[in-house]
Write a new protein. Structure first.
Length: 244
């Protein structure tokens, strides 16, 4: 099955009308080691772009990773067994390709990746800035097929979202800003986000001393509310003047 993946070059012009699509992707990043690294696991569920795709389905699966300075990874482990090196091809961009074994066109293909980002966190006083490159690949499916599951695979995000992520930070860290926005802390202390597409990077800025500071999105939200309240107050006064 997925563990039988083989490295392959990307063919040009082969089966242009049929390709793989990501039905769901879930990332978990553990940054609790205290050495600035992030241990990343990424679970994909892939499906053919067409439910009636013709056999054979021995199609290439592109892998891409865009590093950010020292925050990068040079290799990934596929299904806990095979080490695949990501080749540098342009600047901080790395890539590879896999070929899946032949399988039924409508069958989902679960694949698990793991990799380590050695310099995911930079410390600046009481602040920590984290950057986690996300392994990307085929395009996402349309909303009607998002969240499909494969045998033994993790269920995809609900509501048409394809990508979900869980970040585990050292105890006492508090996130102020994040990219993409929407990162929220759960009852277990982990931060989570769901998105309709897979981002190239997850980034955050956090306090390491337990103190909380409002991030830029919250400041913008508060200012927006204040402006709306101001307009409402002016409108109310104007309306009262007309009635009087």
């Amino acid at each position: 099955m997925a563990s039988a993946l083989l490295l392959a070059a990307r063919p040009v012009g082969a089966q242009e009308d049929v390709s793989w699509r990501v039905a769901s992707a879930h990332l978990e990043a553990d940054l609790t080691q205290g050495d600035g690294s992030a241990a990343v696991t990424l679970d994909w569920v892939l499906v053919p772009s067409h439910e009636d795709a013709p056999l054979p389905m021995r199609l290439p699966i592109p892998l891409d990773l865009l590093g950010f300075g020292a925050a990068t990874a040079e290799e990934v482990v596929v299904d806990g067994a095979r080490v695949v090196r990501l080749e540098s091809d342009a600047g901080s961009h790395r890539s590879a390709a896999l070929t899946a074994p032949e399988r039924e066109p409508a069958a989902a293909l679960p694949i698990s990746f793991s990799y380590r980002v050695a310099s995911a966190v930079e410390l600046d006083g009481a602040w920590a800035r984290g950057r986690i490159p996300v392994l990307t690949g085929p395009p996402a499916v349309d909303g009607s097929r998002a969240g499909l599951e494969g045998d033994g695979a993790r269920p995809g995000p609900s509501g048409g979202d394809v990508f979900s992520a869980t970040l585990r930070l050292p105890e006492g860290w508090s996130v102020g800003d994040a990219f993409p926005s929407g990162l929220r802390r759960g009852d277990d202390g982990a931060y989570r986000v769901t998105l309709p597409v897979t981002p190239a990077m997850l980034a955050f800025r956090a306090r390491t001393d337990g103190a909380w500071r409002p991030g830029f999105p919250l400041v913008v939200d508060v200012l927006t509310v204040l402006v709306l309240l101001g307009f409402a107050a002016v409108g109310w006064r104007h309306l009262r003047g007309l009635v009087a």
